[in-house]
Design a protein around this ligand. Structure first.
Ligand SMILES: Cc1cc2nc3c(=O)[nH]c(=O)nc-3n(C[C@H](O)[C@H](O)[C@H](O)COP(=O)(O)O)c2cc1C
Length: 420
């Protein structure tokens, strides 16, 4: 197939149903089981975790640990974009060829800001080598039946970001995702993604460019706000989705979908894991348990070490015990006489960043607020990518005793592997 016979980005976007909500690529976290769950809660399109192209192409053991016979299944796992990190065009092509019949596009990781990416020269550290980025994208564009896509971070300078985006598109990328943070914005310095820069890129690039925005999604309403402010085709979420798959539920305001009870969500997720082939879904389970339960574990601390010491290779019966315990605790909460009074979601005032924080009962899935020097990030000034002014975030998240706002779990309790 030649490039001219390939569907262009817009045609592919239409062919996969014009997705509006996207599960971001997340190392060890956007694996098959999680994608199945997220699709049930409104995700229209999913990205795989980043796979290492060289290992995927050359090492069967690695490949089998990342990719099973069910991944990319037409009925269960589509539409799907498979993401690779790479710095060798031939190797990237070799890896991509192995999955091109089992996904809708291949994405090149240009966003990983971690030390391991610096050492291996991939992810966001390719931002210093535009020639190589061009070659990596172009070889896929020229040789695959399906489109190549790219997810970029921005530079401090928006003009440079635009030149960068243009180069990526010229190389052949057909969907562009813009994560509105710079490479330095990670960990404690994560700060706010800059939707204005995303909108600027959107306006300056060709109108028919398939364009996705990424960053700052905490609640379902933020998806609509982001779409309106950036005029993107679709919105991608990583952390928002990870802590609450209901973040993509926009059909109605059903709180059992948007902020599902943790016992119900955990059970649903666990049953999906059991039905999935391969080891990736199983390996990701511990981190997902911690994240889905993060607010709940803040109150029921006794469960933390139980999850902590349960091995990802433990028999499912060990994990079942944890699920049953959570179900028992939440069932008791719902037997309280005043449950209708306390099972409510409070909406705060509009914040300077444009959205509103919500106070959600700890027995329901809810977003995670990053801590900076031990303080919730939303209680202090926030750096916005590419802007010198800080946003003074008010501390209007209610600390109502009724709901006991959760302290986020330490990273150590979730997973220590690389975040891209
Ligand atoms: C646990 C985790 C793993 C991630 N892994 C990847 C990855 O494999 N590839 C990638 O391009 N970005 C990765 N990211 C970045 C996200 O895709 C996303 O760009 C970033 O988190 C910003 O989106 P958010 O504000 O919705 O979290 C990861 C993020 C998290 C939280």
């Amino acid at each position: 197939m030649t490039v001219t016979e390939k569907l262009n980005g817009r045609e592919v976007y239409d062919a996969i149903g014009q997705p509006k909500t996207i599960v971001a690529p997340m190392v060890d976290q956007s694996e098959l089981a999680w994608r199945v769950l997220s699709r049930r809660y409104g995700a229209d399109l999913c990205y795989t975790p980043m796979f290492h192209a060289r290992l995927f192409a050359n090492e069967e053991k690695y490949r089998n640990s990342m990719w099973s016979s069910m991944d990319g299944d037409k009925e269960k796992d589509r539409p799907l974009v498979v993401q690779f990190c790479a710095n060798d065009p031939e190797m990237l092509l070799k890896a991509a060829k192995l999955v091109e019949d089992r996904c809708d596009a291949i994405d090149l990781n240009l966003g990983c800001p971690q030390g391991i990416a610096k050492k291996g020269k991939y992810g966001a550290f390719l931002m210093e080598d535009w020639d190589l980025i061009y070659k990596l994208i172009n070889i896929l564009h020229e040789n695959l039946k399906i489109p190549v896509t790219a997810k970029i971070r921005i530079y401090e300078d928006k003009e440079k970001s635009l030149e960068y985006a243009k180069m990526v598109l010229k190389a052949g990328a057909q969907f562009l995702t813009v994560h509105g943070r710079t490479r330095d914005m990670k960990g404690q310095a994560t700060g706010l993604a800059n939707w204005k820069v995303i909108k600027y890129l959107r306006d300056e690039l060709p109108k028919d460019q398939v364009f996705f925005a990424n960053g700052n999604i905490l609640y379902p309403e933020d998806l609509e706000r982001c779409t309106a402010e950036t005029t993107c085709d679709a919105v991608m979420s990583a952390e928002g989705n990870l802590y609450n798959p209901g973040v993509f539920w926009t059909k109605d305001n059903d709180k059992d979908k948007q902020f599902a009870r943790v016992d119900k969500m955990l059970r649903e997720y666990f049953e999906i894991v059991k039905s999935c082939d391969g080891v990736a879904s199983r390996h990701a389970m511990k981190a997902h348990f911690f994240k889905l339960l993060h607010a709940f574990l803040n109150v029921h601390k006794e469960l933390r070490p139980v999850i902590g010491k349960t091995s990802v290779n433990s028999d499912f019966s060990e994990w079942e015990k944890i699920v049953v315990e959570v179900e028992g605790i939440v069932e008791k909460i719902y037997q309280q006489d005043n449950i209708e009074e306390i099972d409510v979601i409070e909406v705060g005032g509009v914040e300077k960043w444009g959205g509103s924080y919500k106070t959600v009962p700890y027995w329901r899935c809810q977003p995670y607020f990053r801590t900076v020097d031990g303080e919730k990030q939303n209680t202090r000034s926030l750096k916005v990518a590419g802007e010198s002014e800080l946003i003074e975030a008010s501390s209007s998240v209610s600390t109502s005793e009724k709901h006991k706002i959760s302290e986020p779990l330490e990273e150590i309790e979730t997973n220590k592997r690389v975040k891209a």
